[in-house]
Design a binder for this molecule. Structure first.
Ligand code: ADP
Ligand code: G6P
Length: 470
């Protein structure tokens, strides 16, 4: 078994084996922010990535991606139900996102979650060199840091949570709260998206574990765990380069023509998830159409909603509701050959996404709660000419960095309508000023800066950060 000095453990691998239309297995980039972010930095770093490949019961041998070794973990049907669809995505995901959907507590799920976490921990322990660093990602694997500390006391253990860490009053609802918190605090460094999340962890460590805790350091059983905010980002230069490619620019022009050369294009790009506020956005948009403030003749909305977690009930129900609502809005306000909303329930490659971002005059990102939201950052990275407006929910982590966006509370439909109208009516000079400020911030805070900041905090010698190659 070849060993690595940096091991990344995440539920998702950067590649996903989705079936091609002819039934053959086809590898493509995995959906979601975690895979997008880490794929960008690790493909040229000598490291091993341990994760699930998206299938059931199979762990095919996967080719390396550049210098990155891939080590798949197979999940059985029972494990998928209990660990991934159950405890991770029906208990923790809704609870960590302000319980915008009711979290489900099911005792058997936790047992499976613990068993699968142990398997990930054992796989990581096996491939880590003596003195290596193991970087555990996200809510699926919250017990892994604690398990690793027992298995491999010689390694540095990092943990990064891509989603929000909830306030104590929500976390306290979890039946296995003490075990989950202790597991996460098995790490040497717990990284979060926002300072508030680090504050929540400190409060809980004091309350549940009797630890001595500040917002950046927790002392537990004589051991110090550091915590801190490390807002994740994107590969800014990759998106900028894509958006500047002549074929992508051409594709964007064609998209606009195919949309009927409207005066304005509004775009939203989400995983089809109840945290993304898609329904609130549709309500606001349909009311603008009803009130005659927006005309289908000159404005089109494009909603990309890539299917996600399709076997989880709440996601199935959401998809039905959204598709019903899009159908209603198009039925009521569309015209022959001119739908009010273009709804695309499919994955796109990076170049197509870049072309979509170039086409959009308004990017509408309205999650009810989101750890970061990389789509908002991708849009800003694509808009080199300084045009375009970003309408952004205050409840996305990205809002803390993009104060020049048109910030909005998506729960307030009237406020959302008013913000959409003011973004549509903004002066070009105002839009340029806002976009310039956001682009300036982003260029100094890309994914490489994020990984460097985290890995330098984990390992003060700078050895890990130096391994991140470009
Ligand atoms: P989340 O991690 O909750 O899905 P983010 O906005 O942080 O939300 O990240 C979503 C990532 O998935 C982005 O990198 C985005 O480009 C990508 N993505 C979203 N929709 C699609 C799609 N239809 N096809 C391909 N990639 C997509
Ligand atoms: C969010 C989570 C990631 C997850 C992604 C896609 O970004 O933080 O951990 O990979 O959503 O979800 P999925 O369930 O398809 O992996």
């Amino acid at each position: 078994m070849r060993q690595s000095s940096l091991v990344v453990v995440a539920n998702r691998l950067p590649l996903d084996d989705s079936a091609a239309p002819d039934g053959a297995c086809e590898w493509r980039r995995s959906p979601g922010g975690l895979a997008s972010a880490l794929h960008a930095i690790l493909q040229q770093t000598p490291a091993t990535w341990i994760g699930w490949n998206g299938g059931i019961d199979s762990a095919p041998v996967l080719p390396d991606i550049g210098t990155l070794r891939i080590r798949p973990i197979a999940l059985s049907e029972k494990e998928l139900r209990g660990y991934y669809e159950g405890f991770a995505n029906s208990t923790l995901w809704p609870l960590y996102h302000d319980a915008v959907e009711q979290p489900v507590f099911h005792r058997d799920w936790f047992q499976t979650y613990r068993d699968v976490n142990r398997r990930f921990a054992e796989a990581a322990a096996e491939v880590a060199e003596p003195g290596a660093a193991i970087w555990v990602q996200d809510y699926h694997l919250q017990l892994v840091p604690g398990l690793l500390r027992e298995l491999r006391p010689d390694v540095l253990i990092g943990f990064f949570l891509h989603v929000p860490f909830p306030p104590p009053e929500l976390f306290m609802q979890l039946p296995r709260r003490t075990e989950l918190l202790t597991g996460m605090l098995g790490a040497d460094l717990v990284g979060l998206q926002r300072p508030q999340a680090a504050h929540n962890v400190a409060q809980l460590a004091t309350k549940l574990l009797g630890a001595q805790a500040t917002d950046d350091q927790i002392t537990l059983d004589g051991r110090v765990v550091r915590t801190g905010a490390f807002p994740v980002s994107i590969d800014v230069s990759e998106m900028a380069a894509l958006a500047a490619r002549p074929d992508v620019v051409k594709r964007a022009a064609k998209m606009r023509a195919d949309l009927g050369q409207p005066r304005r294009v509004l775009l939203s790009v989400d995983r089809l998830d109840y945290t993304k506020g898609i329904e609130h956005r549709l309500t606001a948009y349909s009311e603008l159409l009803r009130d005659g403030r927006v005309k289908v003749r000159d404005t089109v909305m494009v909603q990309v909603a890539v299917p996600s977690r399709e076997r989880v009930d709440s996601y199935r129900v959401l998809r039905d509701r959204i598709e019903g609502e899009v159908g209603r809005i198009n039925g009521e306000y569309g015209r022959v050959g001119e739908p009010a909303i273009h709804y695309l329930n499919q994955p796109f490659d990076r170049a197509d996404l870049a072309a979509l971002y170039l086409t959009a005059d308004l990017m509408v990102v309205t999650p009810l709660r989101d750890g970061m939201n990389l789509v908002a950052k991708e849009y800003v990275a694509a808009r080199a000419d300084g045009t375009g407006a970003l309408v952004l929910s205050e409840f996305a982590g990205a809002a803390a960095e993009f104060e020049h966006a048109f910030l909005v509370n998506p729960h307030d439909v009237d406020g959302l309508k008013a913000t959409l109208l003011s973004a549509m009516g903004a002066e070009p000079a105002d839009l340029r000023r806002r976009m310039r400020a956001m682009r300036e911030h982003l260029s100094g805070h890309d994914i490489l800066a994020w990984a460097r900041a985290y890995l330098t905090a984990l390992d003060h010698t700078g050895r890990l950060a130096a391994g991140l190659l470009r």
